[in-house]
Design a protein around this ligand. Structure first.
Ligand code: SF4
Length: 310
């Protein structure tokens, strides 16, 4: 629980360690309240590389902290719970990538969602996030694009970039995939006229019911700019904190599906865990071997280069 005492201790430890706390929108609200920066994976990845602090506490899952370490190898990167991992980050086989490279040769690019391990990134030509995937896939010179690991985001991108042959892998986010079209239809019936804002990690039968499909940042922007009072939000419930901050005083209400989408790995991150890793220097994330780190870093750097304008 976030007490005034804990808040003061974190502030003191951050100062002593020359640390900043970066939190993803999906972690519990009390952790977001302790953070210096809250954002989606694109915003946090870009920011991590530019911050002057010598220590980054990454309140999120492992692939996020790993990406920060790859882009800032001289900084100390700490995780409040080193076991917080994203199951989708592992959902692709090396053989899938090798088979596509053999079939399409130089006319293939491998685009890798940042929700992936450093090793998976190292097999890829460029990383993408849900904010910039469409723009980056469109900008690639190759016509064939193997999209890994998320099949739902890959399918969404394929629908937006008809010029490309987007080849899908079979990975998925179990939390977004569990949101059903039936519960979205029921919500729409009970809230006539409420815009439906969906993350493209949801299945296609859900995103096709959406008025806006986009990253968590794009969902927040759409809700903040919208004229409606009620919004149906189809992503992890943790984003509620940012929606309420951005729309404070506007009288807007946010409705999440009854399946209550919460990511158990993001929920491992607690305020006490943030304080403990600052206190003890625990949960340090190391660099992978150079044979993995160099190509993974290159894929991330290419994303920052191609996706710089949002
Ligand atoms: S919400 Fe889904 S994609 Fe995001 S960290 Fe959790 S399991 Fe992974």
């Amino acid at each position: 629980m976030l007490t005034e005492e804990l808040r003061a201790e974190v502030a003191r430890l951050k100062h002593e360690r020359d640390a900043v706390v970066l939190a993803h929108y999906y972690v519990p609200t009390e952790v977001q309240e302790l953070a210096d920066h809250v954002g989606d994976s694109f915003a946090l990845a870009s920011l991590a590389a530019t911050l002057p602090a010598s220590t980054l506490v990454f309140a999120g899952v492992r692939f996020m902290a790993e990406s920060a370490k790859l882009l800032s190898p001289d900084k100390t990167v700490l995780m409040p719970d080193a076991s917080a991992d994203c199951p989708m980050a592992h959902m692709v086989q090396r053989e899938t990538v090798d088979a596509a490279r053999e079939k399409y040769g130089d006319d293939l690019a491998v685009a890798c969602y940042v929700n992936s391990t450093a090793e998976v990134k190292s097999w890829s030509d460029v990383c993408v996030t849900s904010s910039n995937a469409v723009r980056i896939v469109f900008a690639l010179p190759q016509r064939n694009v193997l999209f890994i690991p998320d099949r739902h985001l890959g399918r969404y991108v394929a629908g937006q970039v008809a010029e490309k042959n987007v080849i899908l892998n079979d990975g998925y986010c179990p939390i977004h995939q569990a949101i059903s079209a039936d519960e979205v239809r029921a919500l729409r019936e009970s809230l006539p006229g409420a815009p439906v804002l969906a993350h493209p990690e949801c299945g296609p039968e859900v995103t096709e019911l959406a008025d806006v499909a986009g990253s968590t940042s794009q969902i927040v922007e759409a809700a903040a700019a919208g004229e409606a009072r009620d919004y149906i939000v189809l992503t992890v419930d943790g984003v509620r904190g940012e929606l309420e901050r951005r729309c404070a005083g506007m009288g807007k209400r946010f409705h999440f599906p009854p399946t209550h989408p919460v990511c158990p790995d993001m929920e491992r991150i607690t305020a006490e865990g943030v304080a403990a890793c600052l206190r003890e220097g625990s949960g340090e994330v190391g660099l992978p071997p150079e044979g993995v780190a160099a190509p993974a870093r290159a894929a991330l750097a290419r994303m920052l280069e191609l996706g710089a304008s949002r």
